[in-house]
Every structure is written in C-alpha cells, then in structure tokens.
Write a protein that binds this ligand. Structure first.
Ligand code: DC
Length: 219
C-alpha cells in the first residue's frame, strides 16, 4: 500500500480555502477534509444541547460525551448522530466555531480525530493549524492569504443577505480571535508555502498549487 500523503491548506477566513482545497482534492483524486466544518458542527451541537459556548467547564463537559463523524466521500459531518452538513455553512456556525476553537479540550479532541482521518487516506486537509499542529510532517503546507478587504468582499459575495459592513467587521474580529488565541493560533508553519491569492481567481490559485506540487514531485 502506498504511504498516505497529507496536503495541508491553512489560512484566514474568507481567503477561499474551502473551494480551493475541494477543487485541488478533486483534481488530484484525493479525499477532501474540511476541519472548519468539524469546529462548526461541534459548536452547533453544543448550542443545541443548551451549552453556553463561552463557559469553559460546560463546554468541556459537552466534549466528554460528544462523538463526531466526518465522511469525506459524502462531505457530511455529524455530531452525536445529528447531521449538521447543511447548517455548517452559515455565519452563526462560523462565529460560534471561532469561539469554541479557543478551548484546549475541544482542540485536543478534534485534532486527534483529524489525525486519525489523515492517517487513513491521502487527503487535502484544510484549516487553521494543519501545518503547524495536526500534521507538522505534511508532504506540503500551503498557507493561503489575502488582505482583509479582499477576503471580506469574497465573503460578501458568498452571503448576499448580510451587509458588507457587518461581514467586514465580523471577519476582522474573527481574524483577531483566531490569530491571538493561546491554543494553536493561526499562523503559517515555518516551512509553509505562502500564496497570496489577492490577484488570483479560484482556478488561478488551484493551478498555482498544482504547479508547486509538480515542481516538488509530490503529486
Ligand atoms: O475555516 P472555517 O471558517 O470553517 O473555520 C471556522 C472557525 O473554526 C475558525 O474561525 C477557527 C476554527 N478552526 C480552527 O480553529 N482550526 C481549524 N483547523 C479549523 C477551524
């Protein structure tokens, strides 16, 4: 059996990580693992159970009984048997995920689960800490970036119902929380390939990543 390959894709919100990673995985015939969807589903499941997600102890109590299943083939995610695949895309899910992702116990459990998935099958795994924490030995670590105003514009196109001002504000707040948290803050791994996506469209980014993978003889 060929050894598994993990391609790590990290970066801030609104940079286009999910679309790029999903497309890249498809082009390479690899599984696509969206770790943000796991934090989002976990947060929604906690809220559904009546847990105050700002309450450390309550959240850690929730973690003890929570079981997550991410199905890369179906692109589905469920917690305690409840399917959250449709709901994870919403703004509320993203904001709540960012809040619970500051909790060490939440991270410990989800990171362990993500490692188990990455050891099972070759994949493109996207998130915030894949190259720094989850798979520091990943075959390659991409860090996608773009200035906040460009990312807010992309998010705005995704959520036409929310005002651009509120999207921009929420995104900057989330950037700050993700980058300043004590547990696995968002930052490029030392050996990450940082790709500025500001001037590129989806296909441009995917082509660039494929070129780098080819140059390095990875895929
Ligand atoms: O990538 P996303 O927008 O779906 O992520 C939602 C939140 O989840 C993000 O604000 C921080 C958290 N997250 C994380 O801390 N670590 C990851 N590997 C993925 C997401």
């Amino acid at each position: 059996m060929a050894p598994v390959i993990v391609i790590a894709v990290d970066g801030p919100g609104g940079v286009g990580k999910s679309t790029v990673s999903r497309t890249l995985a498809k082009r390479l015939g690899l599984a696509y693992v969206n770790t943000g969807a796991m934090y989002r589903a976990y947060a929604l499941a906690a809220i559904k159970k009546g847990v105050d997600i700002h309450d450390k102890e309550a959240l850690e109590g929730f973690c003890k009984g929570a079981s997550i299943v991410y199905d890369a083939a179906k692109g589905s995610v469920s917690v305690n048997g409840d399917d959250y695949t449709e709901e994870v895309g919403g703004l509320k899910a993203g904001e709540s995920a960012s809040i619970i992702s500051t909790n060490a116990e939440v991270r410990r459990r989800l990171v362990a689960y993500q490692r188990s998935l990455g050891l099972r099958a070759s994949c493109v795994m996207e998130g915030r800490d894949i190259g720094t924490v989850v798979f520091p030995d990943a075959a390659i670590k991409f860090f996608l970036d773009a200035p906040p105003d460009v990312r807010a514009k992309r998010r705005g196109a995704e959520f036409s119902t929310a005002s651009n001002v509120s999207i921009d504000h929420a995104l900057r707040q989330r950037d700050k929380r993700d980058a300043e948290r004590r547990e696995s803050p968002l930052k490029p791994a030392q050996d990450a390939v940082v790709v500025d996506t500001a001037e590129l469209d989806l296909n441009g980014v995917v082509d660039k990543l494929l070129e780098i993978l080819k140059d390095r003889g990875i895929c």
